[in-house]
Design a protein around this ligand. Structure first.
Ligand SMILES: *[C@@H]1O[C@H](CO)[C@@H](O)[C@H](O)[C@H]1NC(C)=O
Ligand SMILES: *[C@@H]1O[C@H](CO)[C@@H](O)[C@H](O)[C@H]1NC(C)=O
Ligand SMILES: *[C@@H]1O[C@H](CO)[C@@H](O)[C@H](O)[C@H]1NC(C)=O
Ligand SMILES: *[C@@H]1O[C@H](CO)[C@@H](O)[C@H](O)[C@H]1NC(C)=O
Ligand SMILES: *[C@@H]1O[C@H](CO)[C@@H](O)[C@H](O)[C@H]1NC(C)=O
Ligand SMILES: *[C@@H]1O[C@H](CO)[C@@H](O)[C@H](O)[C@H]1NC(C)=O
Ligand SMILES: *[C@@H]1O[C@H](CO)[C@@H](O)[C@H](O)[C@H]1NC(C)=O
Ligand SMILES: *[C@@H]1O[C@H](CO)[C@@H](O)[C@H](O)[C@H]1NC(C)=O
Length: 308
């Protein structure tokens, strides 16, 4: 049934001129599949092709609008429905935060300058493992060592995935639990504990060399996150349901503040838009980053933790 519907759908798209095949030349879908190393069986191919062209059409229509603040673009997620994307790349939603944390005072600020720390940690690619929390924390450590200790390091993300038992490996986790782990055990280098794109048995039997002393909740208010971001990056949780085709500009189209992914806030611009480093490769978004409209867009203020 699914296959039949998809075939009919592709036929429709062909009629509408969205699907241009020639025997001589590859279709857009085939070019994309080759570039992204996607190999499908014949039946899967028809299904994925239908999704690809429907996403392509949606992106083209979005980019024609002049009432939007951001552009969408084709990327590695082109052949996934939004449900599949949410299921494959995001984690289960993170429960609402402790009320104690809501009671932290609001910092009074005036005239903070824009800040951008994006060059102090490299954009990673999480692949098929829902471990945004682990990348968010290992990149926090990477940036913090660079900015505060003048050391260029490449800490292991896989160690967090395998050894932070309070999180759930590739099924998702919590930035503060990963930080607890780094505080008590320390991280070794990426080189000695490389990324595996899957959960493994914890292989770290001795303490690592990159430690933190603790972490602080720095969210709740825009001013608080800005104040702490002025010093160095902050690990944040976000709702990323609508980030699938984000390409550039200021994103403000989150339909929920319920967080289901983690990333690293690396700064804010002069309009108070957040600059956030993601772990979906540097070909996603603005060289791997997304700009989010000010305030609590996508729930960015809900789980903001800064290491020290
Ligand atoms: C194949 O692509 C080339 C270059 O874009 C074009 O000139 C040619 O007409 C195409 N052939 C067919 C059969 O569509
Ligand atoms: C980061 O590095 C890139 C490439 O080297 C450079 O173009 C950019 O200006 C840098 N950004 C900041 C904020 O330093
Ligand atoms: C998990 O959390 C408990 C309670 O907060 C803590 O005692 C323990 O050290 C944590 N385990 C790891 C691996 O961080
Ligand atoms: C690891 O570090 C902790 C302190 O954070 C210490 O109590 C523990 O003994 C260390 N373990 C090893 C094997 O060095
Ligand atoms: C970390 O290791 C993985 C391989 O395990 C490699 O692909 C990646 O480039 C490394 N990242 C850094 C920043 O060294
Ligand atoms: C926001 O996302 C919804 C789907 O969740 C979409 O229908 C709507 O067009 C989007 N709006 C903008 C401005 O991108
Ligand atoms: C997200 O939270 C902010 C305030 O914290 C609220 O103004 C906004 O409406 C919320 N957005 C959604 C989609 O719930
Ligand atoms: C932000 O504004 C300040 C003061 O006007 C200016 O010096 C700075 O270059 C601006 N930063 C950015 C990133 O535009």
């Amino acid at each position: 049934m699914k296959q039949y519907l998809t075939t009919a759908f592709v036929a429709l798209l062909m009629a509408a001129g969205y699907y241009n095949v020639s025997y001589e030349n590859k279709s857009d879908f085939e070019v994309w599949a080759t570039q992204n190393n996607k190999f499908y069986t014949e039946s899967e191919k028809m299904y994925r092709m239908g999704i690809y062209y429907s996403n392509k059409k949606m992106i083209e229509e979005h980019n024609k609008r002049d009432d939007v603040t951001y552009k969408m673009g084709e990327n590695q997620f082109m052949a996934l429905t939004n449900e599949e994307f949410v299921d494959l790349y995001l984690q289960k939603s993170i429960p609402p935060m402790d009320t104690i944390e809501l009671l932290i005072p609001k910092i009074q600020l005036e005239g903070l300058n824009a800040v951008d720390w994006k060059n102090y940690s490299s954009v990673k690619y999480q692949g098929n493992c829902h471990a945004g929390y682990a990348f968010s924390v290992s990149n926090s450590v990477e940036a913090w060592y660079g900015i505060k200790k003048y050391q260029k390091i490449s800490p292991s993300t896989q160690q967090i995935i395998d050894c932070d038992y309070n999180s759930s490996g590739c099924d998702g986790g919590y930035n503060m639990y990963a930080m607890d782990y780094v505080r008590s055990v320390g991280l070794t280098s990426n080189q000695s504990y490389p990324y595996a794109d899957k959960e493994q048995v914890c292989k770290q039997s001795r303490n690592g060399s990159y430690f933190i002393s603790g972490y602080l909740f720095v969210g709740g208010y825009q001013e608080n996150l800005q104040y702490y971001l002025s010093n160095y990056p902050v690990s944040v949780a976000v709702n990323a349901n609508n980030w699938q085709f984000y390409n550039s500009g200021v994103f403000q189209n989150c339909t929920s503040n319920e967080t289901n992914h983690h990333a690293l806030a690396v700064g804010f611009d002069n309009n108070s838009n957040w600059i956030v480093q993601n772990s979906w490769g540097s070909w996603w978004g603005e060289d791997g980053h997304i700009r989010l409209k000010e305030q609590n867009t996508c729930g960015i203020l809900n789980y903001a933790y800064q290491i020290y």
